[in-house]
Design a protein around this ligand. Structure first.
Ligand code: CDP
Ligand code: MG
Length: 133
C-alpha cells in the first residue's frame, strides 16, 4: 500500500465539487486515511509549494491556493501516487483528457481543481506539512 496527498483546491470547493471528486477517488479504490478542510495560511502555502518559488506562476499560485477553503486528503491504495496522477490528468486543464478530473471539471491555470503528489518523497513532505508528523 502507498499513500498520497490530494488537495481539492479552492475553485472546486467553491463550485460544490468535493463529493464528486472524492467519489472518483473512492470508485478508483482509494481509501481516505486523513482529511482536513481548511483555508491555508500564506506561510503554509509557501512551504507546500516551495519548489515553485521564483517561477512566473508562483504569485498567482499562492494567491489562488489561499483564496478560500480547500479539502486535504491523505489517500491510500497500491500504486496510489501514479494512479492518482493518472486520475487527475495534465496540469493544464486545456490539455487534460476527457475522463480525467481536470479534463472534466477544472477551469484553467492555476484553477485546475486538484493536487496530487508526484513522488513518494513529495507525498511524505506534503503530508507532514498538512497533517503534521
Ligand atoms: O499540480 P501539478 O503537479 O500537476 O503541476 P505543477 O507544475 O507542480 O504546478 C503546481 C500548480 O501551480 C499547478 O497545479 C497549477 O495550479 C499552478 N501552475 C500555474 O498556475 N501555471 C503554470 N504554468 C504551472 C502551474
Ligand atoms: Mg507538482
Amino acid at each position: 500500500m502507498e499513500d498520497t496527498l490530494i488537495i481539492i483546491k479552492p475553485d472546486a470547493v467553491e463550485r460544490g465539487l468535493v463529493g464528486e471528486i472524492i467519489g472518483r477517488f473512492e470508485a478508483a479504490g482509494f481509501e481516505i486515511v486523513r482529511m482536513r478542510m481548511d483555508r491555508l495560511s500564506e506561510e503554509e502555502a509557501r512551504r507546500f509549494y516551495d519548489e515553485h518559488v521564483g517561477k512566473p506562476h508562483f504569485p498567482r499560485l499562492i494567491a489562488y491556493i489561499t483564496s478560500g477553503p480547500a479539502c486535504f486528503l491523505q489517500m491510500r491504495r497500491d500504486g496510489a501516487i501514479s494512479r492518482a496522477r493518472t486520475l487527475v490528468g495534465c496540469t493544464d486543464p486545456a490539455e487534460a483528457a476527457p475522463g480525467t478530473i481536470r479534463g472534466d471539471l477544472a477551469i484553467d491555470l492555476p484553477r485546475n481543481s486538484v493536487h496530487a503528489s508526484d513522488c513518494p518523497e513529495a507525498a511524505a513532505r506534503e503530508t507532514a506539512i498538512i497533517f503534521g508528523a
